[in-house]
Write a new protein. Structure first.
Length: 274
């Protein structure tokens, strides 16, 4: 299973709430069982017990473990070893050394959510064990001593936009997937739709979320329209008999346009069954 095959909607679920595991897995393309921020310190041990005693489909389950510098990290890895899960999201990834601490058993999603993590993203993305990068706005701003990642109108502040772009570029340069951050305003589905639309157009491969009600918006955002699919199919068909740059429906077509068309059809194939 490749990160590109998981699907676009990745739903966080607190690992200490096994009563939610099955529903979360049913709703989203993949579930992220969270041993970190979603679980109070006093409940970490219970969360690890739930992780090992309530198994989900390992091909569609990611486990977010505590940072490599955390005292909880070793216990998280021990719990992972008792499961069939091989997708791991490392919280607050800040260095190559943090990824190395995971060993070679896992396919890693590096969560670059601090100033150090964003700056180290290019080096992290080049590691063979890293399948994808994700970024996080709130922890990033907190690491800088700030108070909010967004303006009052809901749009990101410049520092968050810079980090988002930096992580996307680092992932793309290494041929890895990039995952967009969660949208915290659960009731604002219009705002989520705009952000997902931008994520798709920019090159993100998935968007994480914190509530099942956000999943349909994410899936719809990543699913190409029938017109987009028909146009991409026709364009690629025309390219077979038109080597080099050619004219298609009034527009000049070169290799980047063909790459966009191929990406559209890949998205269509990935979201068709949802």
């Amino acid at each position: 299973m490749n990160i590109f095959d998981l699907g676009p909607s990745l739903l966080f679920c607190p690992a200490d709430r096994p009563d939610r595991f099955d529903k979360a897995s049913e709703r989203a393309d993949a579930v992220i069982l969270d041993l970190e921020d979603a679980v109070r310190s006093a409940d970490k041990s219970a969360a690890r017990d739930a992780l090992t005693s309530h198994p989900l489909d390992p091909s569609r389950t990611i486990v977010r473990v505590n940072p490599a510098s955390s005292p909880e990290f070793a216990a998280d890895l021990a719990a992972m070893a008792a499961t069939d899960y091989r997708w791991v999201m490392l919280a607050k990834t800040e260095s190559v050394a943090g990824i190395a601490a995971l060993g070679d058993r896992f396919r890693v999603i590096a969560l670059c959510e601090s100033a150090a993590g964003v700056l180290a993203a290019p080096d992290i993305a080049r590691l063979d064990s890293v399948a994808a990068l994700m970024w996080g706005a709130e922890d990033l701003v907190a690491s800088l001593g700030g108070t909010s990642s967004r303006h009052q109108d809901g749009t990101y502040r410049d520092i968050a936009r810079h980090a988002r772009s930096s992580v996307l570029l680092a992932a793309g340069a290494a041929g890895k997937a990039a995952i967009d951050a969660v949208y915290l305003d659960i009731a604002d589905l219009d705002g989520l739709h705009l952000e997902v639309t931008d994520a798709v157009a920019s090159g993100f491969r998935a968007t994480a979320c914190i509530h099942p009600g956000q999943v349909p918006i994410i899936r719809d955002g990543y699913r190409p329209s029938e017109d987009d699919i028909d146009t991409a199919t026709a364009l690629l068909s025309a390219a077979e008999s038109s080597p080099g740059v050619f004219r298609f429906r009034g527009l000049m077509v070169d290799e980047p346009a063909l790459q966009h068309a191929r990406a559209t059809l890949r998205l269509a194939a990935k979201t068709r069954h949802k």
